[in-house]
Design a binder for this molecule. Structure first.
Ligand code: 1HN
Length: 356
């Protein structure tokens, strides 16, 4: 009897404190104040707790809807005809991860996506169709499947399709990061298409063959002047290194670089290509850079946070920060991926863990 009375006295004392605190929070809210102790655990978690969730987009499921967009709006009217890949747990944010944006862009035969430039940096990974080009600061490059093409911050860029097929590529941009910094600027070109200032292939010849112009000077954070990394060359490199033993966590994995500095091609986005031999099963791995993967060749599955995501060519999946990833390849597989790793590294924040 006495015990339960004590308990209820304690309970009502607790309730009174709760009420006093609630009244206090309400009152200080009028001055735009809020107590740290109510949110401290969420603000400073023991390990990353991403609001993003793992997700996979099967190209076969979305291709028809991308084509349907082509019947609803022109590239000119849309400026860029893109279906954004939104992280399912962050709808309405135009984000695939906290820091990055991804979308599928369609350009139909004869269309032009007009010239503009912005402080956001962009990458393209060509998925489907032939005959399109991208022009970056006065030079065109023909877009072939698997090519990795960049438009660094504040470079003029426009796209066109001179062929007879629809062309689709994956766009990756640092849009959420620039939004976070409130550092976005943009400008429209005076003409839809840029005048060619140099012949196609000039940048690759000048900067992309383990040689650079004798007087080239680049700061460590300058983007590369190589704006296309042809898939044929990437594949040749991957197959070259695949003659030796695969790494237990990565298979055969390479990092795209600015060949003049060794840094990432653009300061905000890192990009990678990896070959997984047939039957390869990786050891689990996690890192703080939420990563977007694209399957270019082969098929397999990604186990992310205990769930399996089966992938084949052109499928896209996202692995949020600090989620365990285990890759399996049912056939020889080539994956492209991109993340905000260079930003995290520049700030001394990037961490990885290789599990056994
Ligand atoms: C952009 O400039 C492109 O140039 C694609 O193709 C997607 C999304 C937001 C802002 C700018 C492009 C974009 C974009």
């Amino acid at each position: 009897m006495q015990g339960s009375q004590t308990l209820s006295a304690q309970d009502s004392a607790k309730d009174a404190v709760k009420e006093q605190r609630a009244e206090f929070y309400c009152r200080i809210s009028g001055n735009h104040l809020t107590p740290l102790w109510e949110v401290l655990g969420a603000l400073v978690p023991k390990s990353p707790k991403s609001p993003a969730v793992p997700a996979l987009w099967r190209y076969a499921d979305v291709r028809e809807q991308v084509m349907e967009a082509g019947r609803l709006i022109t590239a000119e009217e849309a400026e860029r005809r893109v279906l954004i890949l939104e992280n399912p747990a962050m709808r309405g944010n135009s984000s695939i991860t906290q820091s990055l944006y991804a979308g599928l862009q369609l350009i139909l035969p004869g269309e032009v996506a007009p010239a503009h430039r912005h402080s956001q940096s962009a990458l393209r990974l060509v998925l489907d169709g032939e005959g399109a080009y991208t022009a970056v600061d006065g030079e065109r490059t023909t877009m072939r499947r698997g090519d990795f093409i960049i438009t660094p911050s504040w470079t003029w860029h426009d796209h066109g399709n001179l062929g007879s097929e629809p062309v689709v590529w994956l766009d990756g941009l640092d849009i959420p990061t620039l939004r976070f910094f409130d550092a976005g600027f943009a400008e429209h070109g005076s003409a839809a298409s840029q005048q060619a200032a140099r012949p196609e292939g000039d940048a690759l010849a000048r900067y992309g063959h383990n040689l650079v112009p004798v007087d080239l000077k680049q700061a460590p954070s300058d983007p590369t002047k190589v704006f296309v990394y042809p898939f044929a060359e990437t594949k040749e490199a991957l197959e070259g290194i695949a003659r030796t033993e695969a790494d237990a966590h990565f298979g055969h994995k390479l990092r795209y670089v600015n060949p003049a500095t060794g840094a990432s091609p653009m300061p905000t986005i890192g990009a990678f290509a990896q070959l997984l031999p047939e039957g390869f099963v990786s050891k689990p791995y996690r890192s703080t850079d939420s990563t977007v993967y694209v399957c270019l060749e082969g098929k397999g599955s990604a186990q992310v946070g205990g769930e399996d995501y089966a992938f084949g060519p052109n499928d896209i999946f996202v692995v949020p920060s600090w989620h365990e990833l285990r890759l399996r390849a049912e056939a020889k597989t080539i994956l492209f991926s991109f993340s905000d790793r260079p930003m995290q590294q520049a700030l001394g924040l990037w961490r990885e863990e290789k599990m056994q």
